[in-house]
Design a protein around this ligand. Structure first.
Ligand SMILES: C[S@@+](CC[C@H](N)C(=O)[O-])C[C@H]1O[C@@H](n2cnc3c(N)ncnc32)[C@H](O)[C@@H]1O
Length: 397
């Protein structure tokens, strides 16, 4: 277990010790290192940081003991990690990953990027940052500047190649069997008002719903997906705000907000998923509806000690889901292949949600569950249903 707390003057010697221990263990202290002079400068600099309102200097505690140092600056334009050092005894236990993931989540909620610098002679740190999705955006005094933003991450996941292959007209999720009932049910739930689709994508549902006569707007984070939508409907017919469905505001008021095809799980933390419910509530008129289509987590298929399931094993396509049950994360690995030995791999990370947790998120944002069915034709939802369509109603008060 770790926690971070603001540092005080009483922590300064510890902060110097842990910085030396971490840097020394990586073999990165210069041969002519003058420890006394460095400690004096470090103490002065730490005192300035503690007093500086623009930065926060933290102590990282692991299992109740001081074990690391973290310095963060926050501006309206970005969140920046100005230094993170963990004692070698607590490294490789996921503490650094957890701290950076929490900062990514904070930056995402504020709609700003998360920045940090990495020294060129620190490959371990660089590997961690790259694994967390940071990319190089520049150089600064011999260090590389790395940046992460939710929009950049989604644009990497939902890139031009994926967007071009997304639509399968008349087939699969684009078949009349799927889209017909979806559109009819959504039109009924819009109840004569305007609809807003969170994560509208290429307009798989929005285009036929708009053609059915329901005015539809959207919010979408991927430029490439939006470009595909624009081949089918212009901005006057289906206006779309480029942004994050957990925070972005689309103009106007709506009687229906909907989020289909499991896409709430693309938000990777509970906080962002709750924010998404709150954002739906902000767009709705009193008594308006938020509709979610989501799969039921398949944990009953996961025997103890086995971290992955094979979802599909068809000729030409294998779906492998790997689980992190502590984080409620599942990564879907989509392997597409032909006759030869080459395969194309696409990965999508998700945070899975049980129906009961979804209902609690709804409750936090002022909704109550109006109905839950197994599909768009109102088939009864049972213990064996693989997915559900849940309709939440905003209170009229
Ligand atoms: C599975 S597709 C669904 C698209 C469309 N709703 C559909 O049913 O075909 C997921 C979409 O969610 C978008 N997306 C993921 N996270 C998002 C976020 N935080 N805000 C807005 N869009 C997001 C992706 O860019 C992608 O277009």
């Amino acid at each position: 277990m770790h926690r971070i707390r603001l540092a005080t003057d009483a922590d300064i010697i510890f902060l110097a010790d842990v910085t030396l221990a971490a840097t020394g263990a990586q073999g990165r202290l210069p041969a002519d290192f003058d420890e006394a002079a460095w400690r004096a400068r470090f103490a002065e600099w730490s005192r300035e940081s503690i007093e500086d309102p623009a930065t926060e200097l933290y102590v990282v505690e692991v299992d109740g003991r001081r074990a690391g140092r973290l310095r963060v600056s926050r501006t309206p334009e970005f969140v920046e990690v100005n230094g993170i050092q963990l004692h070698p005894d607590v490294q490789n236990r996921g503490v650094g990953t957890a701290i950076l993931t929490a900062l990514q989540s904070e930056a995402a909620r504020s709609g700003v990027p998360l920045k940090l610098n990495v020294e060129r002679d620190n490959p371990d740190a660089r590997r961690l940052y790259e694994r967390l999705g940071f990319t190089k955006t520049g150089e600064d005094k011999g260090e590389d500047v790395l940046q992460w933003s939710k929009a950049a991450e989604q644009n990497r996941l939902w890139n031009a190649d994926v967007a071009e292959r997304y639509d399968t007209p008349g087939d699969g999720m684009f078949s009349a069997d799927v889209l017909g009932p979806t559109v009819e049910r959504l039109a009924e739930l819009a109840d004569g008002g305007r609809a807003l689709e969170f994560a509208i994508g290429t307009g798989r549902v929005a285009v036929p719903l708009s053609e059915y006569g329901v005015p539809v707007s959207g919010i979408e984070l991927s430029d490439a997906m939006l470009q595909q939508l624009r081949k089918k409907a212009d901005a006057e017919t289906i206006p779309v705000v480029a942004g994050d469905m957990a925070t972005a505001r689309a103009p106007g008021e709506f009687t229906l907000v909907y989020l289909v095809f499991n896409t709430i799980s693309n938000l990777l933390t509970q906080e962002e998923q709750v924010e998404c419910f709150r954002n739906a509530a902000r767009h709705l008129t009193p008594g308006g509806r938020f509709v979610i289509e989501l799969w039921v987590p398949e944990l009953r298929r996961l025997p103890p000690g086995v971290p992955a399931t094979v979802g599909v094993a068809d000729p030409g396509y294998i779906l492998l889901d790997t689980y992190d049950v502590l984080k409620q994360h599942v990564v879907s690995h989509h392997f597409h292949f032909g006759e030869g030995t080459e395969a194309r791999l696409g990965r999508t990370p998700h945070r899975y949600i049980w129906p009961a947790e979804l209902d609690l998120m709804a409750q936090l944002a002022g909704f109550t569950l109006e109905s839950r069915h197994a599909d768009w034709t109102n088939t009864e939802f049972t213990a064996d249903s693989p997915s559900h369509v849940s309709v939440y109603r905003l209170s009229t008060a």
